[in-house]
Design a protein around this ligand. Structure first.
Ligand code: APR
Length: 225
């Protein structure tokens, strides 16, 4: 069975990483316009580096949870394409062999001058040189609002051939990820949403499993055997 799974911040919430749109979410004490757009970075790179240095430190302190491990088990039994909106590396540390990071990775750096990518230092700032061109134009390798998500061709191809599509821990507020269910459904996949609550796109799913990811994801994976 061909499965595509899309994950969002909710799958890492029980690992202690903040989500974006909850009451204590990241967007409650940072404006997207100040820390997550190319304009923000050119206007105040010090603030943007500080925001991502804090998130990188939080990721370094976090551990994968039972939901991450369950998806690694799933990859051992089925043809699984795991797409994540998350920029943490908990899927990889939880054992998933192949993860598509459509919004980039907080542990990777990108040179805004030459496009070189490399493993980010724990603390990056405006004095971090690019190892390839030596310019002081290093930025987090994160897809900011207004930028094109990564790997969209591969993701669309997998959605078109999926038998089963699952969205886990995502509020369905940000496109193109929020539109993946419509594409999967158009190509006859069974669509299931696993979430603590309803999302903005719940109506597009055939099935809903409600609860914390560490509980409902392992149960869902076990039933797929
Ligand atoms: N178990 C399952 N789901 C959970 C849990 C949990 N323990 N905790 C929270 N959730 C759900 C919430 O109900 C919500 O639907 O996770 C979702 C988190 O939503 P958001 O904070 O909006 O995060 P996400 O959907 O990943 O945001 C998408 O928006 O800000 C951009 O680039 C950022 O990748 C991010 C994108």
């Amino acid at each position: 069975m061909r499965i595509v799974v899309l994950t969002g911040a909710g799958i890492s919430a029980e690992s202690g990483l903040r989500t974006f749109r909850a009451e204590d979410g990241l967007w409650e004490d940072h404006r997207v316009e100040d820390v997550a757009t190319p304009e923000a970075f050119s206007r105040d790179p010090v603030l943007v580096h500080r925001f991502y240095n804090a998130r990188r430190a939080a990721v370094a302190d976090a551990q994968p949870n039972a939901a991450h491990h369950a998806l690694a088990d799933l990859a051992r039994k089925h043809d699984l394409t795991l797409v994540t909106q998350n920029v943490d590396d908990l899927h990889e540390r939880g054992g998933s062999p192949y993860v598509i990071h459509m919004h980039g990775e907080v542990k990777r750096a990108l040179c805004a001058s030459c496009g070189h990518r490399w493993p980010s230092p724990l603390v990056m700032d405006v004095t971090t040189p690019c190892p390839a061109c030596a310019n002081l134009t290093a930025r987090p390798d994160i897809v900011w609002f207004g930028e094109m998500p990564y790997h969209m061709d591969e993701i669309s191809e997998e959605l078109e051939r999926a038998d089963l599509f699952a969205a886990i821990g995502t509020s369905g507020n940000v496109y193109p990820a929020a539109g993946f269910v419509q594409l999967a459904r158009q190509f006859r996949a069974h669509c299931v949403e696993l979430n603590l609550d309803r999302s903005s796109v719940s109506r597009n799913f055939h099935e809903h499993l409600t609860g914390p990811a560490t509980q409902i994801v392992p149960e869902w994976v076990a039933r797929l055997d």
